[in-house]
Design a protein around this ligand. Structure first.
Ligand code: C2O
Ligand code: CU
Ligand code: CU
Length: 482
């Protein structure tokens, strides 16, 4: 995939792939053809022919454990190349966990360990990172920790955190952008008993939806490194513009933005969402929301109540830029004993912060060359520690971007959930509420966040989660010391 040669070939890239507005583009380089899927393929720029609402939205199957005890569950999971019918009648080469373009959903429970034997059946190294997971450093899928072709690696996830919606994806150094884009992503749901006691919609009425965008060439191959503005096809669980049959009752949808770089602005035609959770779990209170802003890697849990709709009603999920992306078809009546309490779960108290830091996400533009991605002026170096943090300490980080206006980034911190204290000196956005691990940050903005680094020692990364940005170096490393 994006091997060394690919990286070099990409050196001549126009800045388009990084989502940099045209006015900032250094002198145009040639287009990248660094990946084998792109070679000698044509892209006329035509939007592929998609007849909306002809295919159902699949719900990714839940991965079955090999062994399940109250203390732990053991799974086997492969990474493989395969094909997927994303566009009707066309088989696109993809990568998949469990051989699926959207990997199987892994269900976990607070207090019960998950062990995954990950076998790499591909011809190139890859790995897995549990995004938002509180896991020991050696199991975090650090960019340097790769699973070589043909090898198996054991990942241990302690699941000590409360119930929430996480996702897992590749994090291999220099390849994460291509790998995730080609399909190495899936949902990871942690449930806990106190959440169950709230009696939110559950079982078949609790559905993860991975939303992402994608670009195809004329033969149905996925175009990996081009301008993200050309990723005009939006997929819900791997299918463009699907319908999803629902009963006239409440549903919980766990929305996951698995796009490499995109901010969704979601609405429902004629209805609102009830937001109940964000990256790290339930919000303190449920909130009515007309619009959901969801940047790459962010999650939001919502309840949609279809009770009021007569059978036959169709409710559209729309995005401000992409238009209609998913249609809910109310097809039957159903009884519903679930609830959406106004008060959900208090957020943990915030200890006093003792350390202040600044994190500046930026590009270094170079004429006729690929820009570098930097954090605090430095390109990612796996052997360099950027911040040393004392275990257990609470810190305040000011996240900003010194880039020219119009450039967008997306800050993500591994290991812990943080709280957004301020955005641009004012209150956080509704989408910043609750426990967070990822937040959008545009040039000119400043976001103050607070995190407590409990649990493990070792090295973890933080980075821009626009994956074409982390891929060119917009990533840094912290080390937690006893
Ligand atoms: Cu979603 Cu560093 O990862
Ligand atoms: Cu992560
Ligand atoms: Cu960025």
């Amino acid at each position: 995939m994006l091997n060394r040669r690919g990286v070099l070939a990409a050196g001549g890239l126009a800045a388009g792939v990084f989502g940099v507005p045209q006015l900032l583009t250094p002198a145009q380089g040639h287009e990248a053809h660094g990946t084998e899927f792109q070679e000698s393929k044509t892209f006329t720029g035509a939007k592929p022919e998609i007849v909306p609402w002809t295919r159902p939205m699949p719900v990714p199957p839940v991965l079955r454990p090999l062994v399940s005890t109250p203390k732990q569950e053991i799974y086997q999971l492969s990474i493989d190349r395969t094909t997927a019918e994303i566009l009707p009648g066309l088989q696109s080469p993809v990568m998949g966990f469990g051989g699926q373009f959207v990997g199987p959903t892994i269900k976990a429970k607070t207090g019960r360990k998950t062990l995954i034997m990950l076998q790499n059946k591909m011809d190139e190294a890859a790995n897995v990172h549990l995004h938002g997971g509180h896991v020991p450093a050696e199991h975090d899928g650090h960019p340097k920790d790769l699973v070589e072709p043909g090898r198996t690696r054991l990942y241990l996830y302690p699941n000590t955190q409360q119930g929430t919606t996480l996702w897992y994806h590749d994090h291999s150094h220099g390849n994460e952008a291509a790998h995730v884009y080609l399909g190495l992503h899936g949902a990871y749901v942690i449930e806990d008993d106190s959440e169950r006691a709230l009696n939110l919609p559950s079982g078949a009425y609790d559905v993860p939806i991975l939303l992402r965008d994608i670009q195809f060439d004329d033969s149905g191959n996925i175009v990996v490194f081009d301008d993200p503005a050309k990723r005009t096809v939006v997929l819900a669980n791997g299918v463009p513009q699907p319908y999803f049959e629902v009963a006239a009752r409440k549903y919980r949808f766990r929305l996951i933005n698995s796009a490499n770089q995109r901010v969704f602005k979601l609405r429902l035609t004629g209805d609102t969402f009830t937001r109940i959770g964000s990256d790290g779990g339930l919000l303190a209170n449920s909130v009515e929301a007309e619009e959901l802003i969801l940047s790459s890697a962010e999650r939001t849990d919502v309840v949609i109540d279809f009770t009021k709709y007569p059978v036959g009603t169709k409710v559209l999920l729309t995005d401000a830029a992409a238009g209609e992306i998913l249609r809910f078809d109310v097809v039957r009546r159903a009884s519903d004993s679930s609830r959406v309490p106004a008060v959900l779960r208090p957020l943990p108290a915030m200890p006093l912060s003792t350390v202040d830091r600044e994190v500046d996400l930026a590009f270094v533009f170079k004429p006729n060359e690929r820009p570098d991605g930097v954090i605090n002026g430095k390109v990612f170096d796996m052997d360099r520690v950027d911040f040393t943090i004392k275990r257990g300490s609470t810190e305040t980080w000011l996240i900003k971007s010194s880039d020219p206006a119009g450039v967008k980034h997306n800050f993500h911190l591994h290991l812990v959930q943080f709280r957004v204290l301020e955005r641009n000196g004012g209150p956080p956005l509704p989408s910043d509420a609750g426990l967070k691990d990822t937040i959008p940050i545009s040039a000119g903005e400043t976001v103050k966040v607070q995190a407590t680094f409990t649990g493990y020692t070792g090295r973890y990364v933080y980075h821009c989660h626009f994956l074409e940005h982390s891929w060119i170096g917009m990533m840094a490393q912290l080390e937690i010391v006893p």
